[in-house]
Design a protein around this ligand. Structure first.
Ligand SMILES: C[S@@+](CC[C@H](N)C(=O)[O-])C[C@H]1O[C@@H](n2cnc3c(N)ncnc32)[C@H](O)[C@@H]1O
Length: 254
């Protein structure tokens, strides 16, 4: 069981909460349409437990679509960013371990893990999700990923990260794959949703700083790597705006 080390690693995000809040992209509208279609759960009026909610990227989007959301995160700084944006009576924020949800059985229509399930215990987390779900509820894992094989500049960017960051985990590694959440489900449907992110170079570099493999570097090494990436991106995109091929991987299961 790896809960201890993973919980320590999870706190890495508290060190980069500002960069995460400012730099990470939202999820495309198509993902929410697919989520409803595949899960059979209408977001409007649903109760969702958003595990590893972080700064609230998914929480806010679900709330905007009419879901009541219970946002759960282990990181105080990440949750503080979520709360700083303001919440209404239909959003609750709990600082808690997603492997031991402080919720009663059968309260949720959806349990979501947006870029977070891989930080939790793969077996205990899903048992917890099943416990808090209503019988016709669904569990959703989703990851918003740069699609490196679609653009040479992006593949080269990822290669530089792989070379510089000892804990890098991403498409530049041959052994990389999406987290195996689908294998944890008895019934599952998977979707890949392609989209394009238009983003300024400085915002893209803020996003870079919010990754756990960057937070694990010394500040000098992180600054050096950001400077290198900035120079390469400015050479490639002198107008200062990147068009980043992205794809969401989503698995919906029971
Ligand atoms: C990559 S962030 C994802 C944030 C957000 N869901 C999003 O889509 O951007 C992962 C989050 O999972 C949280 N986390 C990691 N392990 C956790 C655990 N055992 N219980 C609850 N939250 C956890 C971290 O604190 C972090 O905020």
């Amino acid at each position: 069981m790896t809960i201890g080390p993973k919980r320590t690693l999870a706190r890495v995000f508290d060190r980069v909460a500002d960069a995460y809040d400012a730099g990470r992209p939202t999820y495309p509208d198509e993902m929410y349409r697919a989520l409803t279609e595949v899960s059979g759960v209408d977001l409007d009026g649903a109760t969702t437990v958003d595990v590893g909610a972080g700064t609230g990227i998914l929480t806010r989007a679900l709330r905007a679509r009419g879901s009541r959301v219970i946002a759960v995160d282990a990181g105080a700084e990440m949750l503080a960013r979520l709360l700083s944006k303001g919440t209404d009576g239909d959003t609750a924020a709990l600082r808690a371990d997603g492997n031991a949800l402080p919720l009663t059985d059968g309260v949720a229509d959806l349990v979501t893990y947006a870029q977070s399930w891989h930080w939790l215990d793969p077996v205990i987390s899903i048992a917890e999700a099943r416990r808090v779900l209503r019988p016709d509820g669904a569990i959703v894992g989703c990851w918003n990923l740069a699609h490196a094989s679609q653009a040479d500049w992006l593949a080269a960017y990822e290669e530089r990260l792989a070379r510089a960051c000892p804990t890098y985990w991403g498409p530049a590694l041959e052994e990389w794959s999406v987290p195996p959440i689908a294998a944890a489900f008895e019934v599952v449907e998977e979707r890949w949703i392609a989209w394009t992110r238009l983003v300024g170079i400085e915002d893209f570099l803020l996003d870079l700083r919010s990754h756990s493999y960057m937070a694990a570097l010394s500040s000098e090494a992180a600054d050096e790597l950001v400077a290198l990436q900035r120079a390469e991106l400015q050479r490639e995109f002198p107008e200062g705006v990147l068009s980043v091929p992205m794809r969401v991987y989503m698995a919906v299961g029971k």
